[in-house]
Design a binder for this molecule. Sequence first.
Ligand SMILES: [Zn+2]
Length: 849
Amino acid sequence: MDYRLPITVVPSRYDIRIEPDLDAATFSGEETIAVTVREPVTEVLLNAAELCILSVTARDASGGAVEGSAALDETAERARLTFPSPLLPGQWRLTLRFTGTLNDRLHGFYRSTYKDAAGVAHALAATQFESTDARRAFPCWDEPACKAVFGVTLVVPERLQAVSNAAVVREEPTGDGRKIVTFADSMKMSTYLVAFVVGDLEATAPVMVGGTPLRVWCVPGKQRLARFALEAGAFALAFFERYYGVAYPGDKLDMLAIPDFAAGAMENLGAITYRETALLVDEAAASHTELERVADVVAHEVAHMWFGDLVTMAWWNGIWLNEAFATFMEMLAVDAWKPEWERWINFGVSRAAAMGVDGLLSSRPIEFEVRAPRDCEAMFDLLTYEKGASVLRMLEQHLGPEVFRDGVRLYLEQHRHGNAETTDLWTALGEAAKQPIPEVMDAWIFRPGYPVVTVEKDGVGLKLSQRRFTYLGGEPAESERWRIPVALRAAVKGGWVEKRVLLEEAELRVALPAPPEWAVANAGGHGFYRVQYAPAMLRRMTKALSRIPPIERFNLVNDALALTQAGAMAAAEYLDLTGRFRDETDRNVWTALTGSFAYLSRLIAEGVRPGLEAWVRHRLEPAVERLSWERQPEETELTRQLRADLLRVLGTLGNDEETQRRARSFYEGYRSDETAVDPNLLPALISILAASGGEAEYDEFLQRFKSARTPQEEQRYLYALAAFRQPALIGRTLERTINGEVRSQDAPFLMRALLGGVYSRGPAWEFLKEHWETMSRQYPGSAYRRMYEGVTALVSADWEQDVQTFFASRGIVLGGKTLEQYLEQLRVAVRFQEREAAALAALLARTPR
Ligand SMILES: [Zn+2]
C-alpha cells in the first residue's frame, strides 16, 4: 500500500486548541488548518489515529462554509474527509473538532505519572510525535515535508503549567478554575516537532544565551538537578550559533524532564523533552559516564534545532541527515566544552558498535528505503546515528574542518525552513570544497557494509588492498569497493612518514622514502574501515604500543577482535594480543579489551569459566595496582572513571574475591558517609555487590531504587537488580519486568540486561517466551524492539534453534532489518563457539601469560 498522502491539498498553517483532562486521561481539540487546494476535490485525505472526529467544516476565502463528514481508517491511520460539493482550487480553511485519549504507551499525546516526596501520585501529559504520532493528537498531514506554522492554544487547570514550542503570549482565566494559554506562532516546521506538555511543573530561572532564554523544567523538587544541563545547553546553543552562522530559529528554548519517556530525548523546536536521566543530574554525586551522557544528549538535541528542525529530511529514508549530523555535532560541541573529556577518542566506542552491526550481511545502507511507519521506527539505530556520524567525521577530516563547516553553513542557508535530500548536502559540501563529493561518499551512504584494508610491506613501500568486511563470509562481490581516504603513518628508521591516499581500486601500492618497520593505516582513527595487518607487522606494532596514540590502539584491539569473530584470526592469537596491553592507560582501549572478555564469557562452557576469570584478573591486575583504590587529588576525571571501570570488571567478570571484599568495605564506608566514596567508583561498587551478593543486598538495593534521590541513583540500583546471580533473586527481578513496579520506559532495558547476563540469560529467556505478549502490550514500541537484542547473548546451538523457532512461530515484527540482525549476531557468536570452544577451553585452563 502507499503510505504517502496525495498532494492535491496541502496545509500551510494549523491553529490548534487542545484541552486535556488529566484525571479522565482524555482530551478534546479543535483545529483550523489553512490549506491550498490544487485541483477540485470532494475528498481530503490526512492522517489521524485513535481520534474521534466530531465535525468537519471547510470555508473558502469568502467565508462560504461546506459541512463535511469524516471516516477513519485505523489501519492506514488516515481520515477521509468527504464534502457534498467539490472544494475548488484556492485557499481554504478546514475546521475539525475531535476527541482523543491520553494513552499510556508514551507516544502521541500521553499521560505520565510520578510520585512526589510524600508518595502522592500526580499525572502530567506530554507528547512524543516522532516519527508518525502527531496524528494521535490532532488530524494532520503527518509527513516531514508538509511543513506548516503552528499556533497552539492549551486550556488547562489554573494550577498547572503548559508548555509548547513557542513562548506564551497570553494566559486568560476562564473563571471556572481553568486558564487559556496561547502560544506565539512557531516557525514553519514538520508536524513531528510539535509539542505540548501540561502538568505541575517548575522551571529554572532563564539563562540568556544571546537573545534566547533557556530554561529547564521538571516536576517539583528536582530543580537542584538542573544546573549541569543548563550549563551544557547554554554552551551548545552559543557554540552552534557560531558554528552554523545561523541564529537559533526559535523564540525561547525549554528543556523538559518527563518522568515517563520512551526515547532518550526529542528535539521538539523550543520544547525539547528528555527522559529524566538524560537531563537531571547531581554533579557532585554523578560519575563521569553519567555526566557525559547528559552533556551528550543536551548537545545532540540543541544541534537538532538546526539539523532536523530548521532543515528537515524530505522523507524518513533521509533520517540520517538529522541524526548523523546531530550526533556528529554533539561530539564537536562536547569536545569544545570539555576538551579534557577527550570526547572524540571515546567516540571510537560508538564507531565500533556501528561497525559491529554494519559487518553483518543483514546490514543496511545508512540511507534506506522507508515505506511503512514501523520501518521508519527501525531507522533509529546505530547505523543512522553512529555510522552516519562516523562517515561525516571521516569526510570532515578528509576535507578539513573549515571547508566542511562552510559546506554545512551553505546547506543550512540553502534549505532553511525547507526539506532536503542527501544530494543537497553533497552539493553544498562540494561547492565549499570545490570537488565532487558524491564520488567519494555515495558508497558509504547508499551501500551496506564497509571495507577491511589489508596492509603489508612491499619493498620500500606498502601494499594496501580492500575487501568488504563481514563476520559470516560469503563471496564479496567484485563491485564492492569503496573510495577510502586512508591516512597512513609509517614507522621508518629514525622517525615517521605520514601520507594520505585514496584507495579506490582493489589494490594500491604506496611508495615511501624508506622501508617501513610497520605502519598504522587508519592514523587518527577517523576512518570507517578496519585494518588487517600482515602478521609480522602486527607483531612489531604490538611491541611499540607506547608510540601509538590511544584511538589507534583502540582500533587495533577492536579490529583484531572483529577479525577473530570473523574467523580470520585465531582466538589464541587474540588472547595473546590482549597480553600486550597490561600497561594500557586509556579508558577506551580498556573498554574494547574488557568488552571482548565479556563476549568470550558468553560462549565458553561453564567449566571453563574459572579459567577465563583467572585470565581477566591477570590482564587487569597491573593496571589496577597502578591506579590503587584511592582517588588521587591531581588525577583527571577520566582516570577516576577508568579505575571504576577496571575494578568493576575485576570484581564481576574476574570474580576476584579480594576486589569483592574491598568493594563491600568501601560500600560500608559509603553507607556511613556518602562523601567518602568517589562518585565514579560508587556505580562499580554497586555492580560488584550485586554480582557477589545475596538477599540482604538485593533488598537494600531494591529499597534504594524505590527511594532514589536522583535519576542516576535510580538507574544504578535498578540495573543492579539484574546483576544478582542467585536463581531466586533473578526470578524476583524477572517478575518486576512486568508487574508495574518498574516504569515501562525502563522495564524492557532491564529485561535486555537479564538476557545478557550469563547467570540470568537462561531463566530470562524462559520468562520472555512465557510473557512476551504482556511485554508487547506494556512496553513502548521502540524499547520493546530493543529488548530483543538480549537474545544475541543466548550463545549455544540449542538456544539459537529455540530463538529461531520462537520468532518464526510468534510472528513478531521488529521493523526494518532489526530481527535479521539480532539473529545474525547470534549466528556469528555460535559459529565462533563451534570453531573455537575447544581451543579456548585448552588455553584458558592454562596459567595466563
Ligand atoms: Zn537525534
